[in-house]
Design a protein around this ligand. Structure first.
Ligand code: AMP
Ligand code: TRP
Length: 346
């Protein structure tokens, strides 16, 4: 029974997420982010997905590689199941409102908040003095990405939770300082068996496109042979698989491969262990390799097909940017009005 008198929620459900086109996408991006993006789209919620090229340049990017990586990431989204008609798919720099709201949020976020961001500390490393100012301000731009669309849900991998929480803090402080209820407090959506996929060479390190070792990751552009070989050579321990998840304690590489299997199979780590308990990696790895090839090779094939026509990818991004802009501009204009900016150009 529906209650017509029930109060309408102030903000309609809307999903926003982004991925940096700073090199090729990995299995971590796929399981932690992209696969979820497709699921959200298929649930019928309004979904907006962005290739965050402005975030990418917070560390040095070769211009030709950045351009290529942006198109390739767009191809990966489409190959993985993002339909550019049902979702809005675009690259960030084509919608200037992101940078404009990003500046406003630079003036809302506090230095003390930024100093707590663990990703900055990881990325800046020991020589933080040499990091760009943009790398430090990065989470405020991310807050702008999300809030520019009044998004309510943000599917991300585990490592982005802190940034989404900062986004809530920025929204709450803006609303409080200006006495409005203008920005929603978006929720991170961190789901599935592989919200943190680890390196194939070191189960304590996140799988990353910036790891110098290519053997540490599966790239979405890897062909079937490369995928199978990397899984066969993945670091493991000599013990058989346990019969319960608790038995993976202290075995980061084993846990990682079980989580990857579960995520690719759409199952759970417990169910995977039910099936493989007592078996060694000699038996488990070929099964994982088969599953990974089965799920990933069609994506890399479709990406290659799409990349043969970069002009079509550019057209898709242009159309996505137009649609994004149509949502973002009025929200930015309203923000400027709330702040007290004179907007007299009509
Ligand atoms: P990035 O490549 O840093 O732009 O990340 C894009 C999205 O992929 C974010 O939602 C990340 O949390 C997610 N992601 C990146 N690496 C991993 C990983 N190793 N495991 C799970 N999710 C990841
Ligand atoms: N910071 C995210 C990452 O590195 C990428 C990102 C930028 C993002 N803007 C976003 C993710 C907005 C979600 C929503 O993974």
């Amino acid at each position: 029974m529906t209650d017509d008198n029930a109060p309408k929620p102030r903000f309609a459900p809307r999903v926003f997420s982004g991925i940096q086109p700073s090199g090729g996408l990995t299995l971590g991006n796929y399981l932690g982010a992209l696969k979820r993006f497709v699921e959200k789209q298929d649930e019928g919620i309004e979904t907006i997905y962005c290739l965050v090229d402005m975030h990418a340049i917070t560390v040095w990017q070769d211009p030709a590689k950045l351009r290529h990586a942006t198109r390739e990431a767009a191809a990966a989204f489409i190959a993985a199941g993002i339909d550019p008609e049902r979702s809005v798919l675009f690259n960030q720099s084509q919608v200037g409102a992101h940078a404009e709201l990003g500046w406003v949020f630079n003036c809302i976020a506090r230095l003390g908040w930024m100093n707590r961001m663990t990703q900055f500390k990881d990325k800046a490393g020991k020589n933080a003095e040499a990091a760009s100012l943009g790398l430090y301000a990065y989470p405020a731009l991310m807050a702008a990405d999300i809030l520019l669309y009044h998004a309510t849900e943000v599917p991300v991998g585990d490592d982005q939770k802190q940034h989404v929480e900062l986004t809530r803090d920025i929204a709450a402080k803006f609303n409080h300082d200006y006495g409005v209820e203008f920005f929603p407090l978006p929720a991170p959506v961190i789901e599935g068996a592989a919200t943190r996929v680890m390196s194939l060479r070191d189960g304590t390190k996140k799988m990353s496109k910036s790891d110098p070792s290519d053997a540490s990751r599966i790239n979405l552009t890897d062909d079937a042979d490369a995928i199978a070989q990397k899984i066969r050579r993945a670091k493991t321990d000599p013990d058989p698989l346990p019969d319960a998840v608790e038995g993976l304690e202290g075995r980061p590489e084993a846990r990682n491969l079980v989580n990857i299997y579960a995520a690719l199979a759409g199952s759970t780590p417990a169910a995977v262990l039910d099936e493989f308990a007592g078996q060694g990696f000699g038996a488990f790895k070929p099964r994982l390799a088969d599953l990974a090839v089965d799920r990933l090779a069609p994506i890399s094939r479709e990406m290659a097909r799409l990349m043969a026509d970069p002009a079509e990818i550019d057209r898709i991004l242009a159309r996505g940017a137009d649609r994004a802009e149509a949502i973002a501009r009025p929200i930015l204009e309203r923000t400027f009005e709330i702040i007290g900016m004179v907007r007299s150009r009509g």
